[in-house]
Design a protein around this ligand. Sequence first.
Ligand code: AMP
Length: 278
Amino acid sequence: MKVLYETAEVKRWRRKHSGSVGFVPTMGYLHEGHVELIRRARAENKNVAVSIFVNPTQFGPREDFAAYPRDPERDLSLLKQEKVDVVFMPDAEEIYPPQSNTWVEVGSVTERLEDAFRPGHFRGVATVVAKLFGIVEPTRAYFGQKDAQQLVVIRKMVDDLNMNVEVVAVPTVRELDGLAMSSRNVYLDPEERESAVVLYKALSRAQKLWGKGERSAELLRKEITSLIESEPKATIDYVSIADPETLEELEQIEDHALVSMAVRIGKTRLIDSMTLGK
Ligand code: AMP
C-alpha cells in the first residue's frame, strides 16, 4: 500500500495504473461505515484509492474543524488490512495552495436542509470532491447514504459538470442499536450515546407508518418530531420529508421520499436519513 502526500505523486501513480480505479474520499478516523465503502470499491475495481483529508472549507467558523477526531496510524493499518492500493493524505496547503481560487457551487440542492445550519458547507464539499476527482481520476467513487444531501449534491455536480466518474451509493452501516456509525459518535458521553438512538427510532417509526400506508408527509414529520422531542437530551435542527432528487419538502408522498434529520445530542450534531419506497 502506497501512502502519498502530494498531488503530483498521486497523478503519477494514476498514469501508471490502467484499469478501473475505485475511490473513497474520507475525513479519516475510520469506522465500519468507511470500511463498507472500501470493500465495495475493492470488489468492483482493479485499483482502490482512499483519501484522508479533514477539509477545512466545509467547516463553519464555529464548527469542530480543530477538534475533529484524527488517528492516521490506526487508519493506515486498517486500510492496509482492506488491501487498499493507495492512500492520499494531503495537507491543507496541498489542496488549497495560495493561488487556488476556484469554487464549485452546485445550486438549489445545496440550499436546503443542512444549508440553513451549515451555510457554505456544500461549497466546501463540492470543491474538495471536484479537486480530488481531478487528482485521482477515479472510474467509480463511493459515498455513504447516511450523508444523503451530500450524495445528491455530488451526483448533481458530476452530472452538471459532465465528470467522467460513476457515483456509487452505499447503504448506511449502523451500530447494533441502530445508531448510524459516524466519526463524531466519539464525542458522545455514555448517557448521550444512549439518547442518540432516538434518530434511528424516529426513522423506524416513519418507515413503519409508511408501511401501513401513511402518505401524509406532514403527519410523518409531526410523528418524528414528537418522538425526538420526547428525548430530553435531543434538540432538533430539522426534520425533513423531501423529494429524494430535488430535496423539496413534500406534502403528500407519491412513490418515494427521503426522510432526513439533524439532531443535536448535547453538543454533538448528528444526521441520519432513510429512503421510503425505494
Ligand atoms: P466522512 O469521513 O465522515 O467524511 O465520511 C466519508 C464517507 O463515508 C462519506 O461518503 C460518508 O457518507 C460515508 N459514511 C460515513 N458514515 C457512514 C456509515 N455509517 N455508513 C455508510 N457510509 C458512511
